[in-house]
Design a protein around this ligand. Sequence first.
Ligand SMILES: *[C@@H]1O[C@H](CO)[C@@H](O)[C@H](O)[C@H]1NC(C)=O
Ligand SMILES: *[C@@H]1O[C@H](CO)[C@@H](O)[C@H](O)[C@H]1NC(C)=O
Length: 443
Amino acid sequence: MSQLKPIISHLDNIPSTPGKFKPEKSPYIHRLRIHSISKLTLFSFFFLAVILSIFLFSAPSTPSRPAESAAAALARRSLSNAEMDDHERERKVRSSACARSRRGHTVLVTGAAGFVGTHVSIALKRRGDGVVGLDNFNDYYDPALKRARQKLLNQAGVFVVEGDINDSALLKKLFDAVAFTHVMHLAAQAGVRYAMQNPSSYVHSNIGGLVSVLEVCKSANPQPAIVWASSSSVYGLNSKVPFSEKDRTDRPASLYAATKKAGEGIAHTYNHIYGLSITGLRFFTVYGPWGRPDMAYFFFTKDILKGKPITVFEAPDHGTVARDFTYIDDIVAGCLAALDTAKKSTGSGGKKKGAAQFRIYNLGNTSPVPVSRLVSILEKLLKVKANRKVLPMPRNGDVQFTHANISLAQKELGYKPTTDLETGLKKFTRWYLSYYKKKKSAW
Ligand SMILES: *[C@@H]1O[C@H](CO)[C@@H](O)[C@H](O)[C@H]1NC(C)=O
Ligand SMILES: *[C@@H]1O[C@H](CO)[C@@H](O)[C@H](O)[C@H]1NC(C)=O
């Protein structure tokens, strides 16, 4: 079944149901099974008549053949149609994977229709790398936004395969079709509070999915280098600021954080056993145009514009809740630098040949901003006063503040964020207003 499962259902919007593209046996064969013998005889006459009429209409070019072989040809044709479909998809994958510059990378981006995935994929493609996207278009948040991002990707020449990272057969097929030099693994179940509602989805994507990606990478020949998204949330209850890569990360405050922390351990295992080159990036509250609707800056904007009250949390004793908001373009620069400085994996065919690179970097902005200040900036940009409701922060996964020490990324990746929150939010609100205005007029 998996053999015939399409690599892509993509733009034609076909759900990735396994076996959906399984070529149907000739419908005649089905019917033969369910009909009685007498009906079968009658049916054979009808069938022969159909075949005969086909012969009559195509007589000049078709040598006469027994009816059975014509039926077989019919079945073959329908099978080859399905194969052609599959080939068409594979052709799209190959062409999307084609690097424009000769020294360009060939990158598989998982979570390509996600916020960071879209921006990274487009940036890679623009500078001449080959990029193939993979995304399951799940409905954790409005899939219409993911489809709109997919349109952008398509315009940039990035083809997105529709499928799940947990689907090992699909991953294998992609690696059979393309010799990826790099994997940018961004697919994940995000969100801190949602983990209490749907814990298994975190295990599925952030643990099972990660393992399935690493498994295909370790078996690939050549093995790609891997850069993947960890999270600043691994610092958990760490109170030493700023957060440095060497600080303890053994007190996660949410299941999300715990799965990301587990991911770092899993990544180390694959590096150690199989010689995979792996770089983990701990993102700090990434925001910007085409962002995720489940994040505060996004739904604050929505609610402020609707005149709905927004809930601003404060820590005990009126303590400040702050985030090291990092603008998407800075994150993209960090991701590309991580890919460009990644050394090759050392193994092949699942066997380690020598020690391989293993790195972890903070990608933050180094300047935490109180959430109340975030709201003030939004009020100014949207020219609407927010209806704030200040509540004590519940203990459901959020931490009081995040603050990145980025000196390691600065030194080794040349990472240097340049966008402050006000500048970045200006770009975000401009995008938000135009995107949702267009959507409204479309209705
Ligand atoms: C993940 O994929 C494996 C096979 O690759 C399958 O057995 C398993 O059921 C999948 N898990 C989920 C949660 O879909
Ligand atoms: C930031 O991290 C570096 C290691 O990359 C460390 O040497 C330095 O002391 C840290 N700075 C602070 C202020 O913690």
